[in-house]
Design a binder for this molecule. Structure first.
Ligand SMILES: [Fe+2]
Length: 453
């Protein structure tokens, strides 16, 4: 289908609306195997709070820094205890004392799961399965993220425990830990938006030895994240699923966006991505519980190659400056054969008027990528800076606790996030709501998204 070119008076041509779940990637395969970065390969200063001159240069030129022992791993114990109680672990009868049970647990997972979801889909129903008829979407339409997202990736089974990512105690022990906030302000510069959620714990399990070998899947998240941060909750050696990045990739991609704060792929972006995959040797972050890697938000990354015998536990996080933000990155389900429609960057849904899907029908499911801490487009549409770190601090000034505790987006929009009703701790998440509860119909298929104040 030809993409409609939408011209906005203030901002010029708008980018085509994008699925909030989509990453920026190309078909070019990853060419080079990752090099393992263990503690002995860090620049000086890795074990100290702060940034050494060598670390500042590394961040500026390569886009990342690893801080060792930034968080006392004892703080993670309550969440590790909780991990062993969760449905994906119990369904596969994993035994902490028997490593053989940790391998490829996906064969015990249900094809679909609604573990940990309250009965609040569209305000009142259970989160739907593929065979449930529903008023707001076609039969089998996706439900988006679940508190426990289970996938079988190229070779390893992965459990993304998003439901723990909004647990206030978990956020305090990870993203909002004082040492992490200190490093965020030292790198990004204030005012830092205090994280109110992160993406949760991503567990990568040892692979089925009869299956294909582990492989990389490099991509860039193209969310509003300014700094991507990964904290380890387990010990991860070489080839054990360590978070893998392409050093220099943010530097190579940055000037191919047409905007500084919202990634909008412009001319040359795909070729830059292909060149990264051809030319850059990726690195895998090896470390211990409490070690943390900080990267520029537009870093090309991948789940790590995992050929080992242990479960990889990492917390994936997004950091931003406190900034003026507009409407949410919503996506609306199609009905009666009409396709899914995503929010445009100028704040509308534009539903085609030439299908059997009644564009005025406001009883349609809208969802968003609720695992993110910042889910709204940044209001500013300014072009990238000449110096991509123009606004960053990169160790220049001592942090002074310039952290803003904003009202999180789900509270601003009056959406449920925390576990409620029948959902246990570690569950929850934002269900679909109806289009007419978040936007107003203006006719001709156009819905204007409300921005709460
Ligand atoms: Fe990603």
């Amino acid at each position: 289908m030809a993409e409609l070119e939408i011209v906005d008076r203030e901002n010029g041509v708008l980018p085509p609306p994008r699925d909030p779940e989509s990453a920026f990637g190309t078909k070019e395969p990853a060419r080079l195997a990752p090099r393992s970065i263990t503690r002995d390969l860090d620049p000086p200063g890795a074990e100290a709070l702060g940034l050494s001159p060598e670390e500042i240069v590394q961040f500026r030129e390569q886009g990342y820094v690893i801080k060792r022992g930034l968080i006392d791993p004892a703080l993670f114990q309550p969440f590790l205890d909780l991990w062993w109680q969760q449905p994906p672990v119990r369904a596969a009868a994993l035994d902490p004392d028997d490593r053989s049970t940790w391998r490829a647990p996906g064969r015990f997972w249900p094809a679909e799961n609604r573990w940990g979801t309250p009965d609040n889909w569209m305000g009142r129903s259970p989160w739907p399965s593929v065979d449930v008829e529903r008023a707001g979407a076609e039969l089998g339409e996706r439900v988006g993220r679940l508190p426990h997202k289970l996938t079988k990736d190229v070779s390893n089974d992965v459990w993304r425990w998003h439901g723990i990512g909004h647990d206030p105690a978990f956020v305090d022990a990870t993203s909002a830990h004082p040492n992490v906030l200190y490093m965020a302000e030292l790198l990004l510069g204030g005012p830092i938006k205090r994280p109110r959620r992160n993406r949760g714990i991503y567990s990568i399990f040892p692979r089925d030895l009869d299956g294909p070998a582990s492989a990389l899947g490099p991509h860039m998240d193209q969310s509003m994240t300014e700094m991507q941060v990964v904290t380890y909750l387990s010990e991860i050696g070489p080839q054990e699923g360590g978070f893998t990045i392409y050093p220099t990739s943010p530097q190579r991609l940055y000037h191919h966006s047409t905007q500084a704060y919202n990634w909008v792929a412009g001319e040359g972006a795909e070729e830059a991505m292909n060149a990264i995959k051809r030319e850059v040797e990726p690195i895998e972050f090896c470390g211990r519980p409490g070690d943390v890697i900080f990267c520029h938000g537009w870093v090309v990354h991948s789940a790590g190659v995992h050929e080992g015998e242990r479960v990889r536990l990492a917390c994936i996080q997004d950091f931003n400056r406190s900034r003026e933000r507009g409407h949410m990155r919503w996506t609306a389900a199609g009905k009666n054969g009409g396709g899914r429609v995503h929010a445009t960057m100028d704040g509308f849904f534009r539903i085609p008027t030439d299908t059997d899907d009644d564009p005025a029908d406001g009883l349609r499911e809208v969802t968003n990528q609720w695992i993110m801490d910042s889910n709204e487009f940044v209001t500013s549409r300014r072009a990238p800076f000449n110096d991509m770190f123009a606004e960053w601090n990169l160790g220049a000034r001592e942090p002074r606790g310039n952290v803003v505790d904003e009202v999180p987006w789900w509270e601003r929009y009056g959406l449920p996030m925390l576990p409620s009703l029948n959902a246990p701790r570690g569950g929850g998440g934002v269900p679909a709501v109806s289009l007419d509860s978040v936007a107003d119909y203006e006719g001709d298929g156009v819905w204007r998204i409300r921005i709460p104040r």
